[in-house]
Design a protein around this ligand. Structure first.
Ligand SMILES: NC(=O)C1=CN([C@@H]2O[C@H](COP(=O)(O)OP(=O)(O)OC[C@H]3O[C@@H](n4cnc5c(N)ncnc54)[C@H](O)[C@@H]3O)[C@@H](O)[C@H]2O)C=CC1
Ligand SMILES: O=C([O-])CC(=O)C(=O)O
Length: 333
């Protein structure tokens, strides 16, 4: 067993954390040999609920979990952490877009960027889940200048998982036999779920998903729109936003970042754009990435046709607008 690492989950008394904490604490993310000290941050009115979460974690009797530190103080929460799951933020309700949360949520990520900068390890890996996730991650990184920008990411893995699961049903194979579906852009209704480079193992043969489904208009219209609106569909049904699937996606994202991707497989992560694929620089944009030695690189050289290019432009434009609004909100804070 290795020395314990410190991992913080914010919004630890909330819905997503309720599933995520168990996944982390039982070794799904950092591995079966990695012991953990879990830091749980929430706000003062939730301190009592947090105590209940601490009791339940103890009652799970998990061998990897060496200590739990519940707190409402960011200085304690972010101290010496190697990984940060920034979940704590207001969720949207029916009828809202995620960017409607910007004014209320973005200042949380300014404050937490500043706290990460002061207290966290300099190689901390930060995953922003709280919405609007891409822009919150950009803000967080902006206020943590001593931590490399590459260490700030936002979650589009839930969209990827949704897209992959949708295609698996469509071509009637287990989800594991579908790979390389891409989510480009913002975790919002402008995201571009792209099956152009995806393959599915059908029988023993790896086939392009476009060939297997053989219905271009389906893949460029219905499929795109279903995945773009899946979060809203869950809210309409549950009256609360996705939580179990969001926790699973957060676990998948960090697990791949920590352990790497397997050869020939890429995953989607929202990262600070370096201008790849003509995307504007300095917005947090979801790209296909490969990961080695805990470092991601954007997959280069994929064919982006005119249709895809127009989708990338729409989602880039939205992110530029969100960035402008977020920086204005933060400068008044
Ligand atoms: N990126 C993605 O794919 C997804 C993102 N989300 C987003 O994740 C966020 C959390 O969702 P839920 O867990 O369902 O919400 P929730 O309302 O159940 O839990 C949020 C928790 O965050 C806490 N919190 C608020 N401000 C905080 C602060 N400054 N520091 C620490 N904790 C704070 C709240 O007290 C609450 O306990 C929402 O913004 C939601 O929209 C949800 C699903 C998927
Ligand atoms: O839709 C929401 O507001 C929650 C979320 O981000 C998702 O489920 O993808």
């Amino acid at each position: 067993m290795s020395e314990p690492i410190r991992v913080v989950v914010t919004g630890a008394a909330g819905q997503i954390a309720y599933s995520l904490l168990y996944m982390i604490a039982k070794g799904d993310v950092f591995g079966a040999d990695q012991t953990l000290i879990l830091h749980l941050l929430d706000i003062v009115p939730m301190a009592g609920v947090l105590e209940g979460v601490v009791m339940e974690l103890a009652d799970c009797a998990l061998p990897l979990l060496r200590q739990v530190v519940p707190t409402t103080d960011p200085a304690v929460a972010f101290k010496d952490v190697s990984a940060a799951f920034l979940v704590g933020a207001m969720p949207r309700k029916e009828g809202m877009e995620r960017k409607d949360l910007l004014a209320s949520n973005v200042t949380i990520f300014k404050a937490q960027g500043e706290a990460l900068d002061k207290y966290a390890k300099k190689d901390v890996k930060v995953l922003v889940v709280g919405n609007p996730a891409n822009t919150n991650a950009l803000v967080c990184s902006h206020y943590a200048p001593s931590i490399p920008r590459e260490n700030f990411t936002a979650m589009t893995r839930l969209d990827q998982n949704r897209a992959r699961a949708h295609i698996a049903v469509k071509v009637n194979v287990p989800v594991d036999d579908v790979k390389n579906v891409i989510i480009w852009g913002n975790h919002s209704a402008t995201q571009f779920p792209d099956a152009k480079h995806a393959t599915a193992k059908i029988g023993l043969v790896e086939k392009s998903v476009y060939d297997a489904i053989n219905n271009q208009s389906y893949l460029e219209e219905d499929f795109v729109s279903i995945i773009q609106k899946r979060g809203a569909a869950v809210i309409a049904a549950r009256k609360m936003s996705s939580a179990m699937s969001a926790a699973k996606a957060a676990s998948d994202h960090m697990k791949d970042w920590w352990n790497g991707t397997s050869p020939g497989n890429f995953v989607s992560m929202a990262v600070v754009s370096d201008g790849s694929y003509g995307v504007p620089k300095d917005i947090v944009f979801s790209f296909p990435v490969e990961i080695k030695n805990k470092e991601w690189t954007i997959v280069q050289g994929l064919d982006v046709d005119e249709f895809a290019r127009s989708k990338l432009e729409v989602t880039s434009q939205e992110l530029l607008e969100e960035k402008e609004e977020a920086m204005a909100v933060c400068s008044q804070d």
